[in-house]
Write a protein that binds this ligand. Structure first.
Ligand SMILES: [Zn+2]
Length: 280
């Protein structure tokens, strides 16, 4: 699933192509994309408006249109936004026609991607207030902030990192990579880390995301850039999807565990397994 670096890669590619253009037509061929809204209502709200800015929060892309109309998209599992793709590109669900004759198509084989509307800045802020926590590359992600968010939480630290209401934009890839870099086992209780470990994790979450961004994101399944090119960060994973490989730091064999239902990769020498809690 695309995470923050993948969505930000797309945003950076598309922003110069879309900003300042008028969204002339929105053709929604799969009404499930904007449920519970009616496709006609979404079309009427956005058609003919100028794209002032293409923004991102967490894993959401935000089309800021004239008069504070916001079209908020999420790629979910397999969504891709392709700029002028070849005719016959499959799995098209939505087509965005611009006033300069170019087109953007949202293709999504598994059809989990969504489009939502917010009218006015307050509605946009309210939308994100209930869904997203700290934006990790905006300077707000500190050890103290993580420690405060994790206080008293007994869920595994990996599940804590995946909770978008705590830290926005981190998914399965970048959580594994950040925990490895911080030498923290994913099964540690989120509230049980030492102060220095929260500090380390704040740094390594940013490092992992930044490395992903520099590589144009990771392509495991369907993720592609707006021009159809694949990301390359999957070739730089330290532990994620490297079960059976030697740890790049100590040579111990990387193991795969399941944490919170997600495949999780760990070096249990660099990331010592938590001791079992004594019965109270
Ligand atoms: Zn190791």
């Amino acid at each position: 699933m695309p995470e923050l670096p993948e969505v930000e890669t797309i945003r950076r590619q598309l922003a110069p192509l879309l900003e300042g253009r008028v969204l002339e037509r929105l053709e929604i061929s799969d009404p499930r994309w904007c449920l519970p809204l009616d496709p006609g209502a979404v079309r009427d709200a956005v058609e003919g408006r100028r794209i002032e800015r293409l923004d991102r929060r967490g894993k959401y892309l935000i089309w800021e249109l004239t008069d504070e109309v916001f079209l908020i998209g999420h790629l979910r599992m397999t969504g891709t936004l392709l700029y002028d793709p070849p005719a016959g590109t499959p799995y098209e669900r939505v087509r965005f026609a611009l006033d300069d004759g170019h087109e953007l198509r949202f293709c999504d084989p598994r059809r989990f991607g969504t489009g939502e509307l917010a009218i006015g800045g307050e509605a946009r802020d309210a939308f994100f207030a209930t869904r997203l926590g700290i934006e990790p590359l905006d300077g707000a992600l500190t050890g103290a902030a993580l420690r405060e968010l994790a206080r008293g939480r007994r869920a595994p630290v990996k599940a804590f990192l995946l909770d978008q209401r705590r830290v926005a934009g981190v998914g399965n890839i970048y959580a594994d990579e950040a925990l490895f870099r911080a030498q923290v086992h994913p099964l540690r209780e989120a509230g049980s880390l030492k102060r220095a470990q929260y500090e380390a994790l704040a740094v390594t979450v940013r490092e992992a995301l930044t490395a992903g961004l520099a590589a144009g994101g990771a392509t495991i399944d369907d993720f592609r850039h707006a021009d159809g090119v694949y990301g390359s960060f999957q070739h730089e994973f330290l532990v994620h999807r490297r079960e059976g490989d030697p740890c790049p730091v100590c040579g111990t064999t990387i193991r795969k565990l399941v944490v919170g239902g997600r495949g999780t990769y760990v070096c249990e020498r660099c990331q010592p397994r938590p001791r079992r809690r004594r019965a109270a």
